[in-house]
Design a protein around this ligand. Structure first.
Ligand SMILES: CC(C)(COP(=O)(O)OP(=O)(O)OC[C@H]1O[C@@H](n2cnc3c(N)ncnc32)[C@H](O)[C@@H]1OP(=O)(O)O)[C@@H](O)C(=O)NCCC(=O)NCCS
Length: 365
């Protein structure tokens, strides 16, 4: 028989009591390598342990054989569950994740983990849930593919995760596209796109940039942008409300990044007549990988769109990042498949489709 245990919050990732955490990360890494055939999304127990802050509650679960010792070896952990619950906003919402090592699938472990995760979320009065599936490639049109209700993007119908969620009351709401940019970017292309976007932006806009934490002077401005970003991308049917951000939360975000060993490069765009920041773009290096970088948020406030500020932000931030990390080989990013404007910018820069994801929602009365 198999039982579900909660991963305890330990002081370190190396002490004996962190055995379940190490097993949790080992399962996650096995699944990440299977989907992405490489180490781009491989994590360390140290970084995972540090990935929390006071703005959300993270509960991690593992499935182990009943007779497993209290501190089992990593490979004795057979599957994982995750519940993430925001605490400042979205207090009836939770993110759920379930993963089982392939040799142990099809005997109910996923269901046990899913139900345990759901119960924990319900105990915290959560009623709207989101979960995602990852796929190394978008399937061709046809009976083997499920198209999102948005009409944009497909996921494989026979994927075990898609089938699993589909038979447990989850609805596919959206698909997301993973795109990959191989470095170095053609310097002529980058310069041309940068020059063109500078010219289109004109003298009303200028960029400001920083490495790592948000400078004190921009805390308020970035709090506003992080809030707009939180529900400002195409959300399809996903019910997620705008997050509440203030200066203290910006600081907590940066402290979390520091604990996780994240290095980041940010470019923001300032509207010169008002002095306001009206957009930003962030690239991150998340350890342990040193050659793979993550293109994270890019936002231009709706009232400032149409001036090529998105391209300006991305080209400027790419220049900053590759100057700091000349050894980087690839940048990965995720976008809603219907996010035409962002995808067009990425494609112009040389990003190419490299996998996809299904975004599912389940609502309990
Ligand atoms: C999705 C996933 C977690 C399922 O794990 P699992 O341990 O195989 O889950 P279960 O065994 O409980 O259920 C899988 C199937 O086996 C069936 N099953 C369960 N117990 C069974 C048993 N004793 N004998 C035969 N079949 C069984 C279930 O009915 C289910 O069928 P369905 O997919 O048609 O609903 C696993 O495939 C996985 O890790 N995928 C990658 C991550 C992912 O996509 N997660 C989902 C989104 S968070």
């Amino acid at each position: 028989m198999v039982s579900i245990r909660k991963v305890p919050r330990t002081a370190t990732a190396t002490e004996p009591a962190a055995a379940l955490l190490r097993g949790y990360v080992d399962v996650q890494n096995e699944l990440a390598r299977l989907t992405w055939s490489g180490d781009d999304y491989v994590r360390t127990p140290e970084e995972v342990l540090a990935a929390h802050d006071d703005d959300g509650l993270v509960v991690r679960l593992v499935a182990v054989d009943d007779d497993a010792p209290d501190e089992p070896a990593p490979d004795a952990v057979l599957g994982t569950g995750l519940v993430y619950m925001p605490l400042r906003d979205n207090t009836s919402w939770a993110y759920l994740g379930v993963g089982v090592r392939p040799p142990h699938r099809g005997r109910g472990l996923g269901t046990l983990l899913h139900d345990a995760a759901t119960s924990i979320a319900r105990e915290h009065e959560r009623t709207t849930f989101m979960a995602e599936t990852d796929h190394g490639a978008e399937p061709p049109e046809g009976p083997g593919a499920i198209t999102a209700p948005t009409g944009a993007g497909r996921i494989p119908a026979d994927d075990p995760g898609v089938r699993f969620l589909g038979s447990r009351g989850w609805q596919l709401e959206q698909t997301s596209r993973r795109s990959l940019l191989r470095l170095p970017v053609d310097p002529d292309l980058l310069e041309r796109l940068h020059r063109e976007s500078l010219a289109a932006a004109g003298t009303d806009y200028r960029t400001v940039g920083w490495d790592g934490p948000v400078p004190d002077a921009w805390h308020d401005a970035m709090a506003r942008l992080f809030a707009v970003m939180s529900d400002g991308t195409p959300m399809a049917g996903i019910e997620y409300e705008q997050e509440l951000w203030d200066t203290a939360r910006v600081r907590r975000r940066d402290e979390e990044h520091e604990r996780r060993g994240i290095t980041s490069w940010t470019t923001a765009v300032q509207h010169v007549p008002t002095g306001d920041l009206v957009g930003y773009s962030v690239i991150m290096a998340i350890p342990p990988s040193t050659t793979f970088l993550h293109q994270e948020d890019t936002l231009v406030l709706p009232e400032h769109r149409g001036h090529r500020l998105g391209m300006l932000l991305k080209t400027e931030n790419l220049r900053r990042t590759v100057a700091a990390r000349p050894d980087a080989e690839r940048i990965g990013t995720w976008n809603a498949e219907e996010n035409d404007h962002m995808l067009a910018i990425n494609i112009a820069l040389g990003f190419r489709p490299s996998g996809c994801g299904g975004v599912f929602q389940r609502k309990l009365g």
